[in-house]
Design a protein around this ligand. Structure first.
Ligand SMILES: [Zn+2]
Ligand SMILES: [Zn+2]
Length: 385
């Protein structure tokens, strides 16, 4: 049987407590077989070109997130190896017999796609809220992902891309870019003062988009100076470097700085893109009375919110954002990146991907040490297949 190299985690051979990183191993070459798997009529075989390494992947690298989901789903599938990865661009090399009929996707098409493979049957899917599907699989977590040269994927969540409009390396980032588009679409940003807490790639995209959507003052906040330098290059008007603390309460220094920057009012909109308990309390504290807080950062465990009633007394509106709206978010993402006049695509390429210098690593040269080093040096890295 044909085999291909993939970046994986294996519950038996690696073990959650006894390993870190992605483990490169040979896996079976995926194939469509409609007789053996009737669902393959709606699947495609993709040749992956680039894959993005996301914050979630870094969490799995360090064995900090999704332990249960990975283990439970592997047990259900009666196997031990999970192929990781969920941000991709690739080419369709084989398509199930119903794929073109239902989705208009053909062999030879270049595609990216949503990492949340939704069921299409639950209440939320049926009413067009697939981002909160009650029975979804997530690529690279609860079903095999795309950190391999070839991957078999359900065609349902694929999005056709045009490299003359968006370069392939950036098409590989449509999934996280879409997280920022989805977050920004929750609120009106014209004329608003905005804070972005957490300037990893998705926070960086949020800075770019908030500016394009008309925010007049964007304050970028992070604990890493390098991220803040990038946020500035992307259009943040002000940056605030937070010191790393253990307390969960809002940071009084940040609150004071935000008051100075907003004539004592607080920001109109806060995007919480980091996840820690303290960051959520920062978001609630720095948002003005009547303002809006978009909660995107994810962290396991219980949170403590001192004086929670303040959020009510202040009349805050809170939004939880997960994934992307399929496909409204994708449509908006494509437009924002294709429009050459807004400079967004160019800035992503130049300042986040650093024009591919040192940020794009061929799978063939994968080693744990090399990846660890590149992930420490750059907010975003891609794997080239
Ligand atoms: Zn991701
Ligand atoms: Zn569903």
């Amino acid at each position: 049987m044909n085999s291909i190299s993939a970046l994986t985690y294996d519950v038996k051979e690696d073990g959650w407590e006894t390993s870190t990183g992605f483990i490169k191993r040979e896996v079976t070459m995926p194939a469509l077989d409609e007789k053996a798997n009737p669902k393959d009529v709606l699947a495609v075989l993709l040749e992956i070109q680039y894959a993005g390494v996301c914050g979630t992947d870094r969490g799995i690298w360090n064995r900090q997130v999704f332990k249960e989901l990975i283990h439970q789903t592997l047990e259900r599938e009666n196997k031990s190896t999970r192929i990781l990865g969920h941000e991709f661009v690739g080419r369709v090399v084989e398509a199930g017999s119903q794929v073109e009929n239902l989705y208009g996707i053909r062999v030879g098409d270049n595609v990216s796609g949503d990492s949340h493979v939704t069921c299409g049957r639950c209440f939320q899917c049926r009413v067009g809220e697939e981002e909160v599907c009650q029975d979804q699989a997530i690529l690279g977590i609860s079903t095999d992902g795309i950190f391999s040269k070839y991957a078999k994927i359900s065609a349902k969540n694929l999005w056709q891309v045009d490299f003359s409009r968006i370069r392939p390396e950036i098409c590989a980032m449509l999934d996280p870019f879409g997280n920022a588009v989805h977050s920004c679409s929750k609120v009106e940003l014209r004329g608003k003062r905005v804070a972005v807490l957490g300037c990893g790639p998705i926070g960086m995209f949020t800075v770019l988009l908030a500016r394009a959507f008309g925010a007049v003052k964007i304050v970028a906040v992070d604990i890493l100076e390098a991220n803040l330098n990038t946020a500035k290059e992307l259009g943040a008007h002000e940056v605030v470097l937070l010191r790393k603390r253990d307390d969960i309460e809002a940071d009084p220094g940040l609150l004071q700085r935000i008051r100075e920057l907003t004539y004592d009012k607080g920001v109109d909109v806060t995007f919480e893109m980091a996840g820690p308990n303290a960051s959520v309390n920062n978001a609630l504290a720095i948002t003005r009375g009547g303002g809006e807080v978009v909660l995107f950062g994810l962290k396991d465990g219980d949170f403590v919110i001192p004086e929670f009633k303040d959020a009510i007394v202040k009349g805050l509106t809170l939004y939880g954002v997960i994934g992307r709206q399929i496909f409204q978010t994708w449509q908006t993402s494509q437009r924002m990146l294709s429009d050459k006049t807004n400079g967004i695509q160019e800035k992503v390429w130049k300042h986040i991907l650093k024009e591919g210098r040192d940020t794009i690593i061929p799978l063939d040269s994968y080693s744990k040490e090399l990846f660890e080093q590149k992930m420490a040096e750059h907010a975003k890295i891609l794997i080239k297949f």
